[in-house]
Design a protein around this ligand. Sequence first.
Ligand SMILES: [Zn+2]
Length: 448
Amino acid sequence: MQKPNSYLIKSAQSVLTMDDDRNEHTVYDIYIRDGVIADMGPDLEVSGAEVVHAETCVVTPGLVNTHHHLYQTLTRAVPGGQDALLFGWLKTLYPIWARFGPEEMHISAQVGLAELALSGCTLTSDHLYLYPNGARLDDTISAAQTVGMRFHPTRGAMSIGESDGGLPPDSLVETEAHILEDALRLIDTHHDPKVGSMVRVGVAPCSPFSVSRDLMREAALLARDKSVMLHTHLAENEEDIAYSLATFGCRPGQYAEDLGWVGEDVWHAHCVKLDASEIELFARTKTGVAHCPCSNCRLGSGIAPVRAMRDAGVPVGLGVDGSASNDAGNMVLEARQAMLLQRVANGADAMSAREALEIATRGGAQVLGRDDCGQIAVGMRADLALWDVSGIESAGSWDPAALLLAGPTSVRDLFVEGRQIVRDGHMTTIDLQGVINRQNQLARGLAQ
Ligand SMILES: [Zn+2]
């Protein structure tokens, strides 16, 4: 009798395990059952499993996206923001985002999650920090459930509006009491700490320039009390550093440390401008970084010192960042960009294709506090990406497993928790064309 969610991935051309020894195998089988990798090896004999022929495929762990704002897929390439710096870009988009509601959050999340899945991502975080017109974090959690993505949504927040000297309009900020109350509700309703969890909620005030010092501190206390993770934007560009020095009288690293925002249960997005002492602080405390190379290029923020962070022992993952500042959300292209950008800064030997892929897989899993995924090994969750290297992108490659140098930019098949959510390049879980059509309708409505 055939068991549900039981697959034998047969004769993979190569398997990049990203396990503790970074083993690579050729002509190899992987047996997945009940959401986990049950066995692996050459010529496995298994009965009752659906066979997935992988002779032309490189198999990697599913990619892990550690920073995103899924709702922004609805405001890609908005003309007024296309060429603006960070703060000007935000000011262009805030009034548009203020018109979002629950459906906009749900559909835009489905689009962003499907885009990630098709590019090899099996686990993503999201940072939603505005809740206009009845929108809730729950709208994105339900979207992840329809797509079948492993999801770490974070309860973002902004509390300092324009009238208090902040950047966002007053209509997009919330009271700090409500923010904390809603974070508690979300954790109690959705957070699952167990092995194999499909939803883990984090607490994530938007940035030091949009909430008070009190909220940062209270958020850290709440997160530790509930054993959930903390996330925010930090040290994104020069304006950000200048703001920190002028407003708090210290650099962002010091600000974070003073408020309890360091530790292995914390990860910060960007960190483009961390200096040597901040890198040392992050390494010592195992504070994670979500490196977002395309967004950093797009907004002209600079090149994050990823080589120095990795050498010092800082946990680093990758993030596509919001789709309004990238404006794409392709995870494997993000990994390629990470590799290229470190070479721009430090030379051609600064980061290999395999190291960038490692950051995109086990690196991201570490940043998100997951020791049950991010690598291919028996007992790990069955989150796998199959890349067909028989196409034009790999033709002539002497090392098809060096995917980030020459390889496909979308997956043939994707498994999340042992479930095949992409098959032959198509989503199996949602009517993708219907979702795209609705997204475009909503975008046209917002543009009027
Ligand atoms: Zn961001």
